[in-house]
Design a protein around this ligand. Structure first.
Ligand SMILES: Cc1ncc(COP(=O)(O)O)c(C=O)c1O
Length: 376
């Protein structure tokens, strides 16, 4: 089975270790266990004592009750049986496509987004169509375009809310209109940045307002614990859950018992971690916003949520060359627009270390001055 190169992951793997200023990461400043325990006020010794006697069998096959109950609290209408534990959101997206999509099915996916949402169904020989999110429309889906793409063969509509890379969020009214247009077609919504909003709003989950909604989420971004590799699929449609569980038996059996324990602990303290992370994204976006307002050659649509922004430049150079040159000459690591099927732009992840962001942006500004002097 052929699958396209996962451009963003390939770019990250090739460049992250050699960068001086990493402003490409999409997690909110990742936590160590010590930091997690400090935030949650946990006694480390007694925590480890409580888990070190546990037998490391397969554990709860479909996900531990503590983990699933913690996840249910992030939604309005879900019970533990509506949740499947997966290896990150990456595993959740893959399992959903693997379980639901057949050759010839139409799958409509927003773009730009995380490439899994269109390249995996393409690899299963689905008829994948792009629903374009454009800067001039604040990176929001266009209902007329969606209507024109839906056929009787449409199996799945894929959204990403809040959106990576643009940081756009779909307002509730528009989400409801999309559901009306979907008219019974399943909607997969990748919600890995849900809750990381600039205005304290908590984006409505697709599963809370649509029976045929499938929410994909994880511990990576919202909880800054990507190293746990814990994610989930959530849906009120039990036929989706059953199909995914059936395929999952062949795929992972169960997730890591220890990973689920740490994830459940973080979920129990969700409010504390999310408020730390919202503080970081707000402070850091202010730095980015002040910076961009001073720029002659760069512009953006200000993100409403998440950890990323697409920065457009006005130089005549491909995004790949721009980012390679920036990395080589300035040590700055950002992600080229071509990884998101876009040009003349690069994605910045602004939710990491504050100093690294400030220094990286300073270098990015210097880079623009140098490009300007070459007449590009
Ligand atoms: C939109 C989106 N979905 C899924 C993933 C994968 O996340 P995880 O670490 O949970 O597998 C990412 C990672 O960057 C992402 O941005």
């Amino acid at each position: 089975m052929e699958i396209k190169t996962f451009k963003v992951e390939e770019w990250m793997n090739e460049h992250e270790k050699t960068a001086i200023y990493n402003i490409a990461d999409t997690c909110v400043n990742t936590l160590s266990l010590d930091e997690l325990f400090a935030i949650t006020g946990t006694n480390k010794a007694s925590f480890f004592e409580s888990i070190s006697a546990k037998k490391l069998g397969y554990g709860y096959i479909q996900g531990s009750p503590d983990y699933k109950n913690g996840i249910c609290k992030l939604y309005k209408n879900l019970r533990p049986e509506n949740i499947i534990s997966t290896n990150g959101a990456a595993g959740a997206n893959y399992l959903t496509f693997y379980s639901l999509v057949n050759p010839g099915d139409r799958v409509i996916s927003v773009t730009p987004t995380y490439q899994q949402l269109y390249s995996i169904p393409e690899s299963f020989n689905a008829d994948v169509q792009y629903l374009h999110l454009k800067p001039e429309n604040n990176f929001l889906p266009d209902l007329e375009e969606l209507k024109a793409l839906i056929t009787k063969n449409t199996k799945l509509i894929c959204l990403n809310n809040p959106n990576n890379p643009s940081g756009a969020t779909i307002p509730d009214e528009l989400l409801k209109e999309i559901i009306e247009v979907a008219d019974g077609v399943h909607i997969l919504c990748d919600e890995v940045y849900r809750g990381l909003s600039q205005d304290n709003s908590y984006q409505t989950s697709i599963t809370d307002i649509y029976e045929k909604g499938i929410s994909i989420c994880s511990m990576s971004k919202i909880f800054s614990l990507a190293g746990l590799r814990q994610g989930w699929i959530a849906s009120r449609d039990m036929s989706v859950i059953q199909k995914c569980l059936g395929h999952r038996e062949y795929n992972i059996i169960s997730c890591g018992v220890l990973d689920e324990i740490f994830a459940a602990h973080a979920l129990k303290n969700a409010d504390k971690i999310i408020s730390r992370n919202k503080r970081i994204i707000k402070e850091n976006l202010k730095i980015l916003d002040d910076w961009i307002n001073r720029q002659k050659h760069y512009s953006y649509v200000k993100p409403k949520a998440g950890t990323t922004a697409l920065i457009f430049y006005d130089f005549n150079i491909s995004s790949e060359k721009f980012c390679e040159k920036l990395h080589k000459e300035k040590g700055v690591f950002v992600t080229p627009g071509f990884c998101f099927e876009m040009e003349n732009c690069a994605r910045i992840g602004y939710a990491g270390e504050k100093d690294e962001l400030i220094n990286g942006l300073t270098k990015l500004e210097e880079f623009a001055e140098e490009l300007e002097s070459t007449g590009l």
